[in-house]
Design a protein around this ligand. Structure first.
Ligand SMILES: C[S@@+](CC[C@H](N)C(=O)[O-])C[C@H]1O[C@@H](n2cnc3c(N)ncnc32)[C@H](O)[C@@H]1O
Length: 340
């Protein structure tokens, strides 16, 4: 069948495929096409949502992957094809919980959608309507639409099972590869700050890899830190992580510099950036996340480097689009290297 795809060079194919999976943008009922030096990855949803940095949008003929059961949850609903097309293609799975965002016009049919998802996702216990994250703690507003039980679950990523409560502390399964990418850069003996750590996936992945000498994980939400402590109670590498309930305003002034600093507070992080940058040693690295309009992607890195110049000598070591945030903006990671 003819469908929209993303054309990428073969050597970036696996990385971009994973990015699309994390963003819920890879269509799973169609085969990936191989074309000389390129791959074409079939797209779910609106192609405009795909960050232009990941590849070019094309139209191609794709082969349908033969399956025993339905290829899409929407095929479990007795709706017309036109009605099914109005359903979102992507959803998130956190442990045994499934979360979906639906447009307001489908709210009246939310229980049927929830039922279809619960049948479709193996092991799904509870399905929730995701109404987004709000407030300083970035807690998710959720409403149960199928299944039973609490919002608390255990979610496996990067080889570790995290204690998560979908309602009480921020967590996104779409950041799993980002947690791993940052963790893999940590060098032997590095001391690390995971600022705004939530339930601690950066800190845990870093400590699990075993190179950091210690990781201090800080969050203002005491329920996030309690969940992190519950995870740590199950793992021997826990002793290298120091969880702390504190606001950045309290923690940063007296924090001694360390080799790696991660701050993932995409909407408000900019106001803390200078005081966070002070906590990176010369020779150290700062990982900073921000939602950036696509039109500004090319110059935002150098603007930030200039803003950091009164603090020290920082250069932009890397920049990557983590996932799309809206049709016109992306969540972006900036890695700054400090030389003096
Ligand atoms: C986007 S979440 C990041 C979660 C985590 N780093 C991850 O990758 O899953 C932002 C976190 O920052 C915390 N937060 C917001 N403002 C804060 C502040 N001023 N001081 C400390 N933590 C803060 C929130 O409680 C929330 O858990």
């Amino acid at each position: 069948m003819i469908a929209a795809g993303l054309l990428v060079p073969r050597n970036r194919g696996e990385e971009v495929r994973q990015d699309l999976v994390d963003a819920g943008l890879l269509r799973s009922d169609l085969e990936i096409r191989r074309e000389e030096e390129s791959l074409v990855l079939p797209l779910a949803g609106n192609p405009d949502e795909v960050p232009p940095a990941w590849g070019s949008i094309v139209e191609r003929e794709f082969r349908i992957i033969p399956r025993k059961g339905p290829a899409r949850y929407r095929d479990l609903l007795p709706w017309s094809e036109e009605e099914k097309e109005s359903l979102p293609r992507s959803f998130d799975v956190i442990g045994d919980i499934v979360l979906i965002r639906i447009p307001p016009e489908l709210e009246g049919r939310k229980e049927s959608i929830g039922g279809a998802l619960q049948k479709f996702v193996p092991g799904a216990r509870l399905v929730g309507l995701d109404r987004g994250v709000h407030g300083a703690d970035r807690r998710r507003e959720v409403e149960p639409i199928a299944g039973t039980g609490p919002w608390r679950t255990r979610h496996k990523e990067n080889g570790v099972e995290l204690d998560v409560d979908v309602e009480r502390a921020y967590f996104s399964p779409r950041l799993a590869r980002e947690h791993a990418r940052v963790a893999e850069e940590v060098q032997s003996g590095d001391r690390v700050y995971d600022l705004c750590c939530g339930v601690g996936p950066f800190a845990i992945t870093i400590a699990h890899l075993g190179k950091a000498s210690e990781v201090t994980a800080v969050d203002a939400n005491h329920e996030a830190i309690a969940l992190l402590q519950a995870t740590l109670a199950r793992y021997p590498f826990a002793k290298r992580i120091h969880p702390l309930v504190a606001r950045l305003e309290e923690f940063l002034p007296a924090a001694p510099p360390v080799e790696r600093v991660v701050m993932n507070l995409p909407h408000e992080g900019i106001k803390y950036l200078p005081s966070v940058a002070r906590t990176a040693t010369p020779g150290g690295r700062l990982y900073y996340y921000e939602v950036v309009p696509r039109s500004e992607l090319g110059r935002r890195g150098s603007t930030l480097v200039n803003a950091l110049s009164p603090i020290g000598d920082f250069s932009l070591a890397a920049q990557r689009v983590v996932h799309p945030y809206s049709p016109a903006s992306d969540l972006v990671m900036f890695a700054f290297a400090r030389s003096g």
